[in-house]
Design a binder for this molecule. Structure first.
Ligand code: FAD
Length: 417
């Protein structure tokens, strides 16, 4: 791409994108692809390749790693233009918004050149390997171990709730590399090739019938030394950065997430459309619910702009992403409740492909997921109180003592050396 295009102003870029999209991008199908439909992965890769080849992928990633080197304002204009089109939204989280952003921030030059271009082309999908069967909120308590040896590390343990791991080529894994240091200090962040010998991925059936969640087992998986992101034993810095990218992605503040999936207006239309389809637009109670959903979307949109603006100007630090993450989760749950209140309790048993809005019931049943995925709402409240409002930290009995000496509810054979 020539410099004249990379320097083009936002309005010129918007018009160029509008013309290209109209000529090349398919319209969003009337019945959007379900989140549980495995065929969405090859479709997303195909659409991403189309965008990449036309210079509309990775807008805010630097050019040397396959991106376009454009600004957040360009990305926002693009998001507004793509609303009617089918977009590879599946690749946004975690691959673009969390993992590619983390590689960009903490990866070395070799890692950035090796991994970012295939990600932006849609060739390689990634998964987050963070949560463990013993718990996810206290991420610094990871029990999965990466034992150093001559060529790198030997990984053993288990991760769980990993969204889409069955479709992933690579994973970003948080593991303990040193048990003699306090819990935040002996951690490293590793790149794991998901088809490596010793990696087993099992799918978990979710409450709404989908099987997107996975559990992974690592049995002496070899990890080369060059697969460490950041410094060995000092991976907590990387984890904190990754979690900030996660909050931004989930809260609608990440410049690396592309497409209209988080634009409040598009979601608003779903509630209106539901009321229209069910011929309930004259019902006073339904009108109140539609208005409530609309107000929530507007307030979320304004909060997002205000917090994102303050973060961009440096007036608020990265922990402020928790405000958006918290708000996103609360609004998502309330909107799922509103949709069910409009549709009636019977929607809970509508089949997923019911043209009158079969996804209403599934979304209602699975709605608490948005209060857990990407860090729970309670944890976001903790972050806001401790790191945005600077209130005292919650007590922690394990602070400052070697992790191998932390008392925990585990079999002796599972504990550190
Ligand atoms: C839709 C979805 C997608 C996900 N995708 C992934 C993924 O791709 N990769 C991955 O690794 N994980 C993923 N997860 C897991 C997610 O990160 C964890 O569910 C989350 O971090 C909470 O961990 P937990 O479930 O182990 O609950 P726990 O940590 O056991 O917490 C249980 C409850 O206690 C509360 N709690 C815990 N500690 C505190 C505290 N200090 N103060 C107040 N309350 C507290 C929590 O808020 C929660 O309500 C996903 C989860 C969901 C629902």
């Amino acid at each position: 791409m020539s410099d004249s295009i990379s320097n083009e102003d936002v309005q010129a870029f918007r018009l160029r994108a509008r013309v290209w999209l109209a000529e090349n991008m398919p319209l969003e199908p009337e019945q959007p692809r379900s989140h549980a439909d495995a065929a969405r992965w090859p479709r997303a890769k195909e659409l991403q390749r189309l965008l990449f080849d036309a210079g509309f992928a990775g807008l805010c990633f630097p050019k040397e790693y396959g991106g376009q080197g454009l600004s957040r304002a360009h990305q926002q204009a693009f998001d507004e233009e793509v609303t009617p089109y089918e977009m590879p939204l599946t690749l946004n989280v975690p691959t673009f918004g969390i993992i590619a952003a983390t590689l960009l921030e903490f990866g070395d030059e070799v890692q950035k050149k090796r991994y970012l271009p295939p990600i932006l082309r849609g060739d390689e999908v990634w998964v987050q390997l963070l949560s463990e069967p013993t718990g996810g909120s206290d991420l610094a308590s990871v029990m999965t171990r990466a034992t150093p040896d001559a060529d790198g590390f030997v990984l053993s343990g288990s991760k769980v709730w990993s969204s889409g791991a069955y479709a992933a080529d690579y994973g970003i894994c948080v593991a303990r590399t040193n048990w003699d240091l306090p819990k935040h200090d002996g951690i490293s962040v590793l790149i794991v090739k998901m088809d490596e010998p010793g990696v087993t991925v099992e799918r978990i059936r979710g409450v709404a019938g989908d099987d997107e969640f996975c559990q992974e087992f690592f049995d002496d998986v070899r990890i080369p030394a060059e697969n460490v992101i950041g410094q060995v034993d000092a991976g907590w810095t990387v984890v904190r950065g990754l979690l900030a990218h996660e909050r931004n992605s989930m809260g609608g503040a990440s410049p690396y997430v592309s497409g209209g999936g988080l634009v409040p207006q598009s979601r608003q239309d779903e509630i209106v459309a539901l009321a229209q389809r069910l011929d309930l637009t004259e019902d006073i109670r339904v009108r109140q619910l539609v208005a409530e959903a609309h107000i929530l979307s507007l307030v979320q949109d304004q909060t997002s702009r205000r917090v994102t603006g303050a973060m961009t100007r440096g007036e608020l630090g990265p922990p402020a992403g928790a405000i958006l993450r918290l708000m996103g989760a609360r609004v998502s749950v309330r909107r799922a409740d509103i949709a069910l209140e409009i549709a009636g309790a019977g929607a809970g048993v509508w089949p997923a492909d019911d043209p009158d809005g079969g996804q209403v019931g599934d979304r209602f049943i699975a709605r608490q997921g948005s209060e857990l995925g990407g860090g729970s709402t309670e944890i976001q409240r903790n972050i806001i109180s401790e790191r945005v409002l600077e209130m005292p930290r919650e007590p922690a009995a394990d602070r400052g003592i070697p992790f191998s000496q932390v008392r925990r509810n585990a079999m002796p054979s599972q504990q550190g050396s």
